[in-house]
Structure formats: structure tokens, C-alpha cells
Design a protein around this ligand. Structure first.
Ligand code: EPZ
Length: 419
């Protein structure tokens, strides 16, 4: 297992460009199976999850290859697809590939996926996905851990989601794009990645309106083509690097960050005493040695993002007072608390609430990453801790951050990867 070796205490300084969005490119790659001709995705990050999704598409018969036109680009030709069966082993690696179901049914009339199962942050049920697709006319059968979806004739419908699920909203948007008639999704998720998916779908010829609001309207079309599309920057990587500046009292400029996408994180960091300035097309973040405590509650967008909760927990561990975090989105997303405790943090968790009593400084230790964002949290803690921190299990971090250690080292952090 590879590890990050971190020597804490350096102030981050300098400027960096963030990579394309993991949670934007994955649904867009799923949507590409519907395209009538090849697509090229620009600003596509080279992440473990993207490589696995590429393998999944190849397993369906599509041609997928990295091409370097404008930086990181992926060429996908779905016209050679000859299967509707998603590889079980690969699907278990990227559970979020459940949103392949909708586009596969739209394109092939059927799909066979394995039950994605839970993961380290919670059960991750898919009832809203199934509810929406059933409403469009998809029928399901389950056996041996597989779900087979069939929908030879899809009809537009008015769907009200019980919860604003990101994946379910995306699955239904894609499936409805080629249904007969109009579909309206109410109580839809409003994340920026949904807006990016709408942009891609419309670029191949679909007719989707309203992404970013809680009502999305999709007018089904019979045929779609291909396109070139540039994926949005990763707003969670932006948030993570903003916290890196805050926790090291550094001064960094994130060249291509979209300020609108990180308003909730900006607001919380300002409460803590971090200076955040919007400059040109980027964001400047200056951390302070005086860090005030604050309370935060994770909520669907535009509320504070659950994917930034572990990173903020690391920062609040060294605030001058007590902070309270309420994690309302996932039921077990405090795995980092125990590991931060090994570094001297004083965190008590009770269900979905964490009480953090700030300490003057953390101390370096050997810690283990259990999932993507808890791993990022431990890296951030190591940047400011006294002495050396060794973070193991960083395969999790590689799922969502493209060479995080290179980006941090370029800003002056003492961090190396040890294979
Ligand atoms: C997406 O997951 C993201 N993943 C997650 O990012 C992110 O944390 C999450 O949205 C919330 O913003 C991708 O986009 C690939 P949900 P998703 O469906 O779609 C419950 C990361 O770290 N729910 O909005 O799975 C669910 O249990 C990852 O980058 C149902 O009850 O999230 C959760 O409590 C982690 N039934 C809540 O809704 C359903 O059918 C939000 O889940 C679906 C979800």
C-alpha cells in the first residue's frame, strides 16, 4: 500500500490550477453511451475512478482512449457498443456507476448492473433511482446480486423525488432524454455537476432545461449526435485546497476556481478567519494563525457540501474553541475523527454530530485513510501538524484527487508519495 509522508509546518504559497471535476466527468462519461457519434471530453481528470469508468465503457464495447488535445482529454466512441451488461467487479469499484442504468436503457433498451452496495460513508440506497426509472416505464428484475432493467418504450412523466439525490437526478435526466414526450423532475438535486451534465446532454442534441434549480424539464428526442465538451473544474478539490491554505496560514491563488461553486465553503472559512478574495477567474485564499471555531451542517447544494465536511473537521481541530458539525447527508462520515484523534485532536462523535474542541496544534502520527474525503482530511491535518505524518490507504485519495501530493508540493508543502 502506498503512503503519503508529510512533514508539517510549511505555509502554502503560490498559485495552482485545479483539475476537472470527478463528480462531473463520471456522469458525463455515463451519458456518452447514448451519443450517436464519438465525443471528446476536455479537462477530464486522470483519476482512478475515471480509469475504472473507462474500463466499464470498454467492457460495453465502446472505444475509450486518452488523447492530449487541450490537456487532459478523453475520446469516447460509443457507436461500437455491443453489450448492456456492466462488469460486476468494476462496478463495485465505482459504485456511483449506478447512473449508467438510465443511459444504457435509453440507448440499448436494457441494462444489467450489479447492486452497488454501500461504502464507508453509508448505505447508499438506490430507491430514488429505481422510482424515477420505473415512472419512465422501466421494469426491473433482481437475481444473484444483479439488477436487470428493461425499457423498450420510455414515456415522459412528472416525477417528484423524495430527496434531492444527485445520482438519481442524473440517472433520470439521462434516461428521460430519449423518452417519448416531456419529463419533469421535481425536488431535483441542484449541484453544479447536474448543470454540467445538462450542458453535455444538450451538446449531443438532448433538450434539457432547469438544471441547477429543483425543477428540471426534459423533452425527449429520438436521436442524438456526438460533441466536444469541457468538464467543469472540481469544486471539492477547490474547497480542499482552500482549507489547505487556511490550515497552514498560507497564501494561495486557485487559477481556475469557480467562486460561485464554493460559496458555502467560502462563507464558513471567512467565519473561521480566513481571507477569501475573488480575483479575475480565480480565488485567493489567505489563512490566519488565529482560527475561530464555528458550527456547520452539511446539506444538499447550495448548502455546505458533505464532501467538504472531513476537511473542515481537520481545520476546526486547531480552532480556538469548540465547534459542532452536523452531517445530515450520510450516516457514517466521521471516520476521520478517530484518526485525527491519534494526532491529538479532541473530537467526540454522537451519531451524526461531532463536537470538536480545538487544540493549539496537532502532532504528526501514522494514520489510515478509509475513504476519499477522510483521506484528504488527514493530509490537511498533516500539513499543519508538528513533525511527520504518514497517511496510508491513499488509494482512496487517488480516486478523487489527481496527484494531490504534486499540487501541494508545488505550493511548498513537505509531502511525498512512498510506493
Ligand atoms: C454524489 O453521490 C457524489 N458522488 C458524492 O460524492 C456526494 O457526496 C453526494 O452526491 C452528495 O452530494 C458522485 O457524484 C459520483 P446522493 P450520490 O444520491 O449521487 C440518499 C465524493 O466524495 N439516497 O445525492 O450517491 C443517500 O443515502 C462522493 O466525491 C437515498 O436514500 O449521492 C444519501 O444519504 C461521496 N436513495 C443522500 O441520499 C437514493 O436512491 C444523498 O445521496 C439515493 C440516495
Amino acid at each position: 500500500m502506498s503512503e503519503f509522508i508529510i512533514t508539517g509546518g510549511s505555509k502554502l504559497d503560490g498559485e495552482i490550477a485545479v483539475s476537472g471535476g470527478k463528480n462531473a466527468v463520471l456522469p458525463i462519461m455515463a451519458a456518452s453511451v447514448m451519443a450517436g457519434s464519438p465525443c471528446i471530453l476536455h479537462n477530464a481528470p486522470d483519476l482512478v475512478d475515471v480509469r475504472v469508468m473507462s474500463e466499464i465503457l470498454r467492457g460495453l464495447g465502446a472505444v475509450v482512449k486518452r488523447v492530449n488535445l487541450e490537456g487532459q482529454s478523453i475520446y469516447i466512441d460509443p457507436t461500437t457498443m455491443n453489450s448492456h451488461v456492466v462488469d460486476e467487479g468494476l462496478m463495485r469499484q465505482v459504485r456511483s456507476s449506478i447512473f449508467l442504468m438510465g443511459p444504457l436503457v435509453a440507448r440499448m433498451g436494457k441494462a444489467r448492473v450489479s447492486y452497488p452496495g454501500g461504502c464507508d460513508i453509508g448505505q447508499r440506497p438506490i430507491d430514488q433511482h429505481l422510482k424515477g426509472l420505473k415512472a419512465l416505464g422501466v421494469s426491473f428484475s433482481e437475481a444473484h446480486g444483479h439488477i436487470t432493467a428493461e425499457g423498450p418504450e420510455l414515456s415522459g412523466v412528472d416525477i417528484h423525488l423524495d430527496i434531492p439525490s444527485v445520482g438519481a437526478t442524473e440517472n433520470i435526466m439521462m434516461c428521460a432524454s430519449m423518452a417519448n414526450g416531456v419529463t419533469v423532475i421535481r425536488n431535483a438535486a441542484k449541484e453544479p455537476e447536474i448543470v454540467d451534465l445538462q450542458g453535455f446532454l444538450n451538446a449531443i442534441g438532448a433538450k434539457v432545461r432547469g438544471a441547477g434549480t429543483d425543477v428540471i424539464r426534459i423533452e425527449g428526442v429520438r436521436n442524438v449526435g456526438g460533441c466536444e465538451y469541457t468538464v467543469m473544474p472540481d469544486r471539492i478539490e477547490v474547497g480542499t485546497l482552500m482549507v489547505a491554505a487556511a490550515i497552514t496560514a498560507g497564501d494561495i491563488y486557485l487559477r481556475n476556481a469557480v467562486a460561485e461553486h464554493v460559496q458555502a465553503v467560502t462563507s464558513k472559512l471567512r467565519e473561521v478567519g480566513t481571507t477569501v478574495s475573488i480575483l479575475g477567474k480565480g480565488i485567493r485564499v489567505r489563512g490566519s494563525h488565529k482560527r475561530r471555531p464555528t458550527d456547520l451542517k452539511t446539506l444538499p447544494y447550495p448548502g455546505f457540501p458533505t464532501d467538504m465536511q472531513p476537511q473542515m473537521m481537520a481545520l476546526l481541530s486547531i480552532a480556538e474553541g469548540t465547534s459542532v458539525i452536523s452531517e445530515t447527508v450520510f450516516e457514517s462520515r466521521f471516520k476521520q475523527a478517530e484518526e485525527l484523534g491519534r494526532m491529538g485532536a479532541r473530537i467526540r462523535t454522537e451519531g451524526r454530530t461531532a463536537i470538536i474542541k480545538g487544540v493549539p496544534r496537532l502532532s504528526g502520527a501514522r494514520v489510515e485513510s478509509s475513504d476519499l474525503r477522510s483521506g484528504a482530511s488527514l493530509v490537511l491535518a498533516g500539513l499543519s501538524a508538528e513533525g511527520r505524518t504518514i497517511v496510508s490507504g491513499i488509494e482512496n485519495v487517488d480516486r478523487g484527487y489527481e496527484r494531490l501530493e504534486d499540487k501541494l508540493a508545488a505550493l511548498g508543502a513537505g509531502i511525498i508519495r512512498q510506493e
